[in-house]
Design a protein. Structure first.
Length: 132
């Protein structure tokens, strides 16, 4: 039985382009990331569906945050009809506007979402000076 594509004809053309083996082999998988900021910290969330915490690492140095990992391989015994989920390794590196306190950085992984909290360093926080 041949797989029937249910998308509109234009979407089928784009799907064929985006899922070609050549383009997939040239592209590097990148997980979706959100970065937010408050007065005291940065907060990074990363979407990593199907991954476990053992397959991800977070490194912090000064203003630089690096997130690396390996997406799980698909079952090789099956014949894939559509391949949209990434496999292989990924690396994301971000330069934050100010340094963070690396000793107080926390990371939690729950239901495929990695949450990293990066407190800003004391030197980077705004200090109000009283004028006499």
């Amino acid at each position: 039985m041949k797989f029937a594509h249910f998308a509109a004809p234009d979407a089928r053309i784009l799907d064929a382009i985006n899922t070609s083996p050549l383009l997939r082999s040239l592209s590097i998988p990148q997980p979706a990331v959100n970065i937010s900021e408050s007065d005291a910290k940065y907060h990074i969330t990363v979407e990593l569906p199907g991954m476990s915490a053992e397959n991800v690492s977070v490194d912090v140095q000064g203003r630089t945050v690096s997130i690396n990992g390996t997406f799980p391989e698909t079952d090789r015994d099956l014949s894939l009809l559509v391949t949209e989920r990434p496999t292989g390794t990924f690396a994301r590196t971000f330069q934050l506007p100010v340094p963070v306190n690396a000793n107080e950085v926390t990371a939690a992984f729950d239901k495929g979402i990695l949450e990293i909290t990066l407190p800003k360093s004391e030197e980077s926080k705004v200090k109000r000076i009283v004028i006499s």
